[in-house]
Structure formats: structure tokens, C-alpha cells
Design a protein around this ligand. Structure first.
Ligand SMILES: Cc1ncc(COP(=O)(O)O)c(C=O)c1O
Length: 245
């Protein structure tokens, strides 16, 4: 293959110059297939073992799931077709696959008909997306005085998302959890009332359906009733615990 070089571009000179020793390009394997076969042998023996390798048979648990054959097939197809999936117009089929899969997941999780959703890259982006919806729906983009509540067992991506949305530490209430590492409802009620008295605008409670550290679940029905009565948005972070339901 020949590639036209732009006139005066230093590229040909640079590529002919010997690379310094230790430069990353010089450390690239000459025969990568040989390395790969050695890797597969070791993997088959189980020698890497342990929790550091999510794709290892000895691996017990962590956030990334082990790879599956279906996953490989799906990723291969997606890479091969390289459809821009940012909006339905350019990715009609992938949009339809997303809608159908969201419907299946909603059913598996026991969510009511009419539930909608979308796939994002992971839990942090999911939290950011959901909290953006909450902010826009209840307090607008300025979010003046908007305050949010969750337990000290909540994943750090939640306060980080709020920070990105313009809701800083002074309006984020991290409540101490109880002996079962669940949010304390009485304390939540007290803090919301106190903030209202101070002229702030409570708008959001984040609950955990499986905390990252211990997998504990906040009292969801009670929180739902409280949020409904108080006009608050209830976001349930199920990144860790919803799938096993
Ligand atoms: C409860 C919970 N929420 C959010 C996240 C963030 O997910 P991700 O690492 O996919 O961004 C995690 C990750 O451990 C989590 O356990």
C-alpha cells in the first residue's frame, strides 16, 4: 500500500530515523502469535488465577462480568458493521435491538409495562444520565438550592455526577447508614425537613439496590412512599445488585 505524503511533511524523515532503545515501538513483540499461544496455555493451566483476572475460572466476583461467547459474537458484529448508534436515524436496527433488550430486562426485573431506558457504558454514566434527568425534571439546569440525599454506602459516582451537574458538596447530604448499612429513614426525613426550613430545595434521594461494599439494599418501598409524598425524585442505583434479582 502506498500513501501519499503531504509535501514538506517530516513523516518520511521521521520514520527512517532509528528509534531510540527502550522506545515503546521497539518493545512490540516481533511474533505476537507466539506470545498469545503461551498466554492461552498459561490461562488453561489456571496459573494466573485469583481475583485480578475477571475472565479466569477461579474468579469469584467483581463488577466486570466474565466474557461470554455471545458477548464476543455481539462485539464482533457491532465492530464489523460499525453503525453510528448515536441516534435512531443512522442506527435503525441497533436502536430496535436496544429497545427490545430494554423491554426484556424490564420484564426480568419485574418493572411495570411502559418502563423505558437506554444502554450506557457503565454504572457511572448511568448515574450521571439518570441524575441529569432528575435535575432537569425537578429543578432545572440552574438547580439553585437543589439538595440531594443518600447513605454513606453510596457509590462515589453519585456525588461526582452531582458535582458535574452543578450540585456541590454543600448541597449533598451523605447520611450515616444503620447497622445493616441501609439508609436511615428517620434521619432522611429530618434532614429534608430541616433543608426545607432553610429555604433549600430537596429534589433527589438516591437508594441502593445492592451497595458496592456489601450488597445491602435500602428500604425501597418505604423510600418510594416517602419520595412520592414529598415530591422527590427517587433514583435507585442497581449497578451492583439489580442483575441478581
Ligand atoms: C452501586 C454502584 N454504582 C455505580 C458503580 C459504577 O459503575 P462503573 O464502574 O461501571 O462506572 C458501581 C461500581 O462498582 C457500583 O457498585
Amino acid at each position: 500500500m502506498s500513501v501519499a505524503e503531504p509535501t514538506g511533511h517530516p513523516w518520511p524523515r521521521l520514520t527512517r530515523r532509528p528509534r531510540p532503545r527502550g522506545c515503546a515501538a521497539n518493545r512490540c513483540p516481533r511474533r505476537p502469535w507466539a506470545i498469545r499461544s503461551r498466554w492461552w496455555t498459561r490461562w488453561g493451566d489456571g496459573s494466573p488465577g485469583g481475583n485480578a483476572h475477571p475472565d479466569h475460572p477461579d474468579f469469584l466476583a467483581f463488577v466486570p462480568a466474565p466474557g461470554t461467547v455471545t458477548g464476543v459474537l455481539g462485539a464482533t458484529l457491532a465492530t464489523g458493521f460499525a453503525v453510528p448508534t448515536g441516534w435512531r436515524f443512522t442506527g435503525e436496527v441497533s436502536g430496535a435491538v436496544e429497545s427490545a433488550t430494554v423491554r426484556w430486562l424490564a420484564e426480568l426485573l419485574g418493572l411495570p409495562p411502559g418502563t423505558s431506558g437506554l444502554f450506557v457504558s457503565g454504572g457511572s454514566t448511568a448515574n450521571l444520565t439518570a441524575l441529569t434527568a432528575a435535575r432537569d425534571a425537578l429543578v432545572g439546569t440552574e438547580a439553585r438550592g437543589a439538595t440531594a440525599y443518600f447513605s454513606d454506602q453510596t457509590h462515589f459516582s453519585v456525588p461526582r455526577a452531582l458535582h458535574l451537574l452543578g450540585i456541590g458538596e454543600d448541597r449533598v447530604r451523605i447520611l450515616p447508614s444503620d447497622a445493616h448499612r441501609r439508609i436511615r429513614l428517620a434521619e432522611l426525613r429530618r434532614r429534608v425537613a430541616e433543608d426545607r426550613r432553610r429555604g433549600l430545595r430537596p429534589f433527589l434521594v438516591v437508594a441502593n439496590a445492592g451497595t458496592t461494599a456489601t450488597g445491602d439494599v435500602d428500604p425501597l418501598p418505604e423510600l418510594a412512599a416517602f419520595c412520592r409524598a414529598e415530591g422527590l425524585w427517587l433514583h435507585v442505583d442497581g449497578a451492583f445488585g439489580a442483575p441478581p434479582r
